[in-house]
Design a protein around this ligand. Structure first.
Ligand SMILES: NC(=O)c1ccc[n+]([C@@H]2O[C@H](COP(=O)([O-])OP(=O)(O)OC[C@H]3O[C@@H](n4cnc5c(N)ncnc54)[C@H](OP(=O)(O)O)[C@@H]3O)[C@@H](O)[C@H]2O)c1
Length: 263
């Protein structure tokens, strides 16, 4: 299938590692011009170099902390200066910290809201004036299966990520006349540094071996293994493409069957 992404331009936030990097790589491999951001200049230059080497496409990589409103607007302005327009926005960010109710003060809730929800609001607001209304704009939010089934020990994610889905569904309706499509992708357990960090934290707190912690992850997944970042990126690239012209307001999990409910 020709995804017809050649000549399209894309922003992938938090695009220096894991799922964001895989999505940026997937878009670049299909011919899109890609801009990525994250906080660490080192992570960014490594990611840009890797994408460039694998695809032969230059990547614009700019340090941005997505909790900082001005950093988002400055980044979007720079992307528009360099690339001229933005067809595709992939909203991704680091995950909020793990913990139970008693672990969090107001500032933790506000921090998670800023990181997970307001970063999406601010990116959409900044990008919208630069998204062509005739060419089929795309907004894709990377969230979590926590929006469909709360995850143990992830109270902040369970509480705040569903707001992103509510926003996306509202925007899908509001932006449909402009032919801007808005969808969400929910990773289950995809093998990235985030999973490695979670496994290391569990190892420290429980004394279990990495093998037994990984085996417990895998036992919950009908396909019997964790996903690879490229397996999630493939869906994002498809949703970003003109071939997904009749899909909007959808929330799709990439989880090897982890979520057990019917719809
Ligand atoms: N992997 C999974 O199985 C899974 C499952 C459910 C949900 N998710 C969610 O999917 C998202 C991506 O996960 P991942 O597995 O790809 O994580 P990851 O491998 O840890 O990568 C996180 C990325 O986010 C960037 N980042 C973190 N905080 C940022 C900030 N404030 N501003 C800008 N960039 C920031 C990091 O770069 P810098 O450090 O350079 O900023 C890095 O590029 C997260 O929200 C995660 O919670 C993942």
């Amino acid at each position: 299938m020709n995804l017809e992404l050649s000549g399209k331009t894309a922003i992938v936030s938090a695009g220096s590692k894991g799922l964001g990097k895989a999505i940026a790589l997937g878009l670049a491999a299909e011919g899109a011009r890609v801009a990525i951001c994250s906080r660490s200049p080192d992570n960014l230059s490594q990611a840009a170099q890797e994408i460039q080497t694998k695809t032969g496409t230059d990547v614009l990589a700019i340090p941005v902390d997505v909790v900082k409103p001005d950093a988002i607007t400055n980044f979007v302005d720079l992307v528009v200066q360099r690339l001229g327009k933005i067809d595709i926005l992939v909203n991704n960010a680091g995950g909020p910290p793990m913990g139970a109710f008693a672990d969090f003060e107001d500032e933790d809730w506000e921090g998670a809201f800023n990181l997970t929800f307001m970063s999406v609001v601010r990116f959409v607001r900044a990008v919208l004036p630069h998204m062509p209304t005739t060419g089929g704009g795309r907004i894709i939010n990377v969230t979590s299966t926590s929006v469909k089934q709360p995850l143990e020990g992830l109270l902040l994610s369970n509480s705040i990520r569903p707001a992103v889905i509510g926003l996306a569904k509202s925007l899908a309706n509001e932006f449909a006349p402009k032919n801007i499509l808005v969808n969400n992708i929910c990773p289950g357990s995809i093998f990235t540094d985030r999973i490695k960090d979670n496994v290391a934290a569990q190892k420290r707190s429980t004394g279990q071996t990495e093998e037994s912690i990984m085996a417990a992850y895998e036992a919950k997944i009908p396909l019997g293994r964790l996903g690879q970042p490229a397996e999630l990126a493939d869906l994002a690239v498809f949703l970003a493409s003109p071939r997904a012209a009749y899909i909007t307001g959808a929330t799709i999990q990439v989880d090897g069957g982890l979520i057990r409910y019917i719809m």
